[in-house]
Design a protein around this ligand. Structure first.
Ligand SMILES: [Zn+2]
Length: 420
């Protein structure tokens, strides 16, 4: 006969919710099992964490991070100019040399940092094509397993080089589905003409629906007002009813459309119930490069989408890759960038940007038990800051990060000042 050890208990004392309440949260196993007013929770023999009035949030959700390409920065040619075309071309020779071990090493470095910064969920955009083959998917499926006790990873099969322009990509994508990826992800703008681009979108939908998978697009990532993928994606989402399982990232062209057409496309998105993911860091450095005089910011129409009732979320997109030389996987920093590019710097706007990296992002990927109520999953961050505005202003790493009820990261920053 053997006895099973009781589940571990963690008590988070004096944590502040977004509505300003000070609470004690009790965590047993992987769930929140108690929520009391601060000071009223009973003593515990488990771990006590004194939040000291710091903000407690359910963990951050990043639905669009190109993990296979992270940390390639030191392998790039010195004369890279920073355009999309240059980024793509610089990636090709690197992808031809992709190995599972190398992707695993680079992505692990970023995943470790993401855990420290409070990520509880990451959707890894993972290239599948004839250049890199299935190395990215194989590496990320491995990481999905090895990191499962620290962060939940979803693996996409992402057709970065197109489906019809890159021979063999479709069968590699089908193989990735058979291997157990979570999401089919398309990139229709990589096809050589409009007809193939439309066929690309249809193919991704068909594969996703046939296999009961979510679908994700990197679409219209351009200042070109003639880009038309979002309209087609929204139309099919409405026709098939798949909208709640569709996220569309980037969509810079929506910002370039004339207002009448933009209004029509935004209404289609609202009707379809799909989610738009803005990626502010990368849009700021990639787009608007051909503009003279007033230079556009490249981000999509966040304010108008929100006003029309479209769910808008935000993601990091890149960490030190051929497109973006900066980046830490901090969703708090992403929220801060959205507040800047979308003029969401007032209190309600700041609150909205925090929704985009927490509750709304969680809803877009249909996470169960996401929140701070009894019964919710104990995937939590405790910040050293007390309010949304202060958290965005200082963008600290969380004091504690819990995943599945276990403390998986802590950060304590110490500074020293010379006396006056
Ligand atoms: Zn992207």
């Amino acid at each position: 006969m053997h006895t099973t050890a009781p589940p571990s208990e963690v008590r988070i004392r004096s944590a502040r919710t977004r509505s300003g309440d000070l609470v004690d949260l009790t965590v047993t196993g992987d769930r929140i099992t108690g929520r009391h007013r601060a000071g009223e929770a009973p003593a515990t023999t488990g771990t006590e964490l004194d939040a000291g009035g710091g903000l407690v949030l359910p963990s951050f959700v990043n639905t669009h991070l190109h993990l296979d390409k992270t940390r390639l920065g030191d392998q790039l040619p010195a004369d890279i100019t920073g355009t999309i075309q240059d980024g793509l071309a610089a990636t090709w020779p690197l992808k031809r040399n992709y190995s599972v071990a190398d992707i695993t090493r680079r992505a692990s470095e970023v995943l470790d940092s993401a855990v420290v910064h409070g990520a509880g969920f990451i959707r890894a955009m993972t290239d599948v094509d004839s250049l890199g083959g299935s190395a990215g998917v194989e590496a990320l499926l491995g990481l999905r397993k090895t990191y499962s006790d620290r962060v939940r990873i979803q693996v996409t099969g992402f057709t970065q080089e197109g489906i019809f322009g890159a021979r063999g990509s479709l069968s590699l994508l089908q193989d990735a589905v058979a291997a157990g990826i979570d999401v089919v992800a398309g990139c229709p703008q990589m096809e050589k003409d409009e007809a193939l681009s439309r066929k690309h979108v249809e193919t991704c939908y068909q594969l996703a629906i046939d296999n009961d998978l979510d679908v994700h697009f990197l679409a219209d990532d351009t200042d070109d007002p003639s880009a038309r993928s979002l309209e087609q994606i929204a139309t099919i989402a409405a026709e098939t009813g798949w909208g709640p399982r569709v996220i569309v990232g980037h969509v810079g062209a929506l910002g370039a459309y004339d207002h009448t057409y933009a209004r029509k496309v935004i209404a289609l998105c609202a009707d379809a119930g799909l989610t738009i993911c803005t990626n502010p860091h990368i849009s700021l450095v990639l787009q608007g490069r051909e503009d003279r005089g007033l230079v556009r910011r490249g981000a999509t129409r966040v304010g108008e989408l929100l006003a029309a009732g479209v769910r808008v979320i935000a993601a990091q997109d890149d960490v030190d890759d051929p497109y973006y030389p900066f980046g830490i996987p901090s969703q708090l920093e992403v929220a801060k960038y959205v507040a800047h590019v979308a003029h969401l710097s007032h209190p309600a706007g700041i609150a909205r940007t925090l929704d985009m990296v927490t509750t709304d992002a969680a809803a877009a990927v249909r996470l169960d038990g996401y929140g701070l109520e009894v019964g919710d999953r104990a995937d939590l961050v405790v910040l050293p800051t007390a309010t949304a505005a202060e958290s965005l202003r200082l963008t600290p790493a969380p004091r504690w990060v819990l995943h599945g009820g276990r403390v998986v990261a802590t950060t304590r920053v110490e500074s020293w000042l010379a006396p006056a």
